[in-house]
Ligand binder design. Structure first.
Ligand code: SF4
Ligand code: SF4
Length: 316
C-alpha cells in the first residue's frame, strides 16, 4: 500500500446531486480513536501518503488533530479533498497548513456560480469556494501547498471544461481530475439527465488537457476507457491500480481503489478484439445501462502502436 484514503465521516455542508458519500447519520462517522487506529494502520502497511476525504473532512472537530497526527506519523503527502468552503473563514487555511496539510483537492463544478450552487444544491457554495481558494493561495506563499481540482463532469457543465481548467490553472492549481457523473448506488431516475455522453465531451476533454499542458498543469480522466480517447491523449488515462491505494470508510470497510464500483467497469463482446484490453478497466456499468455500448469500439494494434495505453499519470 502506498496511499491510504481515509473517509473519517460522511457528514457534509453540501448536498451535491448524485453524491452518495454524504450522510450525517452516526454510523457514517468514525470516532477519534478509530481515526487514530486507521492512521497507524496505514503507516504499518507501508502507506506513505494520506488522502483525507469524506463527506467534508474539514467539518470534523478532529480535523486539525488528524492532520497533526498524520504529520507526526510521517505521512509525506497529506491531501485534503474538500469543497473548499470552510477555508473561506479567517485563519482556517493557516491552521490546517500548520497542522500538516500540504495538498488540497478542490471540488470544482462550474465557473458560473448559479450552476455550481445548483449542482451542489447549496447556496453560496461557489462564493465560499472562491474565498477559500484565495485564502489557500495566500497561505501557500509561506507553506508548501499543492492545489488540485476535482471536476465532476455532468451534462450541465462539460462544455466549460477547457475554460474552467484555464481559469483555475492560472490561479495556481497544478492538476485536475475529471470524474464522470455517476448513477452508481443512486438509483434515482431523475439524475439520468445529468450523465453526458462521453463522445460528446471528448473534444472538451482534449482541449482541457491541452490548455493545462500549456500552463504547466496536468489533467487526468478517471472514467474513460482507452477507446474513448485518441492514443495521443492516453497520458490522461488513470490507472487506479497504479495508485496502490486502500480506501477506508466508516464502519471499517476497507477496499483497494481499483475494486470500487466507480473504477471497475464492464466489457462488451467487442472488447475481446481490442489491443489494449489488458490495460483497460472497462466502462462503468451505470453508464452502459444508460447510454448503451456503441461508443466502445476495439482499438486496433496499428492505432495503439507507439503509445502507452497505461497512461502516464498514476498518482492523483
Ligand atoms: S462536497 Fe463532496 S461529500 Fe459533500 S455532498 Fe458534495 S460531493 Fe458529496
Ligand atoms: S477493452 Fe473495450 S472498453 Fe476497453 S478500450 Fe478496448 S473496446 Fe474500449
Amino acid at each position: 500500500m502506498r496511499w491510504i484514503e481515509l473517509s473519517p465521516g460522511f457528514a457534509c455542508n453540501c448536498r451535491c446531486s448524485g453524491c452518495f458519500s454524504c450522510s450525517a447519520d452516526a454510523e457514517a462517522q468514525m470516532d477519534w480513536p478509530e481515526v487514530q487506529r486507521w492512521l497507524h494502520y496505514g503507516r504499518k502497511k507501508g502507506a506513505k501518503h494520506l488522502w483525507l476525504s469524506g463527506g467534508e473532512p474539514t467539518l470534523r472537530r478532529d480535523f486539525l488533530k488528524t492532520l497533526r497526527l498524520a504529520k507526526h506519523l510521517g505521512y509525506e503527502r497529506i491531501k485534503v479533498q474538500s469543497n473548499g468552503m470552510l477555508f473561506a473563514y479567517e485563519g482556517f487555511a493557516e491552521r490546517a497548513c500548520a497542522a500538516g496539510m500540504n495538498e488540497v483537492n478542490l471540488l470544482l463544478k462550474s465557473l458560473d456560480p448559479k450552476v455550481h450552487d445548483a449542482l451542489n444544491r447549496t447556496p453560496r457554495s461557489h462564493e465560499l469556494l472562491t474565498k477559500g481558494l484565495d485564502r489557500l493561495r495566500e497561505v501557500s506563499a509561506d507553506h508548501p501547498l499543492r492545489l488540485e481540482g476535482d471536476f465532476l463532469m455532468t451534462a450541465r457543465n462539460w462544455q466549460e471544461l477547457p475554460e474552467l481548467v484555464e481559469h483555475y490553472a492560472k490561479l495556481g492549481l497544478v492538476h485536475f481530475n475529471i470524474w464522470l457523473f455517476s448513477l452508481v448506488d443512486q438509483g434515482s431516475r431523475d439524475l439520468r439527465r445529468l450523465v453526458p455522453r462521453i463522445s460528446d465531451c471528448v473534444p472538451a476533454m482534449i482541449a482541457a488537457r491541452d490548455v493545462a499542458k500549456r500552463l504547466g498543469a496536468t489533467v487526468c480522466s478517471l472514467n474513460t476507457p482507452q477507446c474513448m480517447l485518441p492514443p495521443t491523449h492516453w497520458d490522461m488515462q488513470f490507472d487506479a491500480a497504479g495508485m496502490d491505494l486502500a480506501v477506508v470508510n466508516p464502519g471499517g470497510h476497507v477496499f483497494m481503489l481499483e475494486t470500487s464500483s466507480i473504477e471497475q467497469g464492464i466489457y462488451v463482446a467487442r472488447c475481446e478484439g481490442c489491443a489494449v484490453r489488458q490495460w483497460c478497466h472497462g466502462m462503468r456499468s451505470d453508464y452502459v445501462m444508460l447510454h448503451g455500448d456503441e461508443e466502445l469500439q476495439p482499438v486496433s494494434a496499428e492505432l495503439a502502436l507507439g503509445y502507452d495505453p497505461r497512461g502516464s499519470i498514476l498518482d492523483l
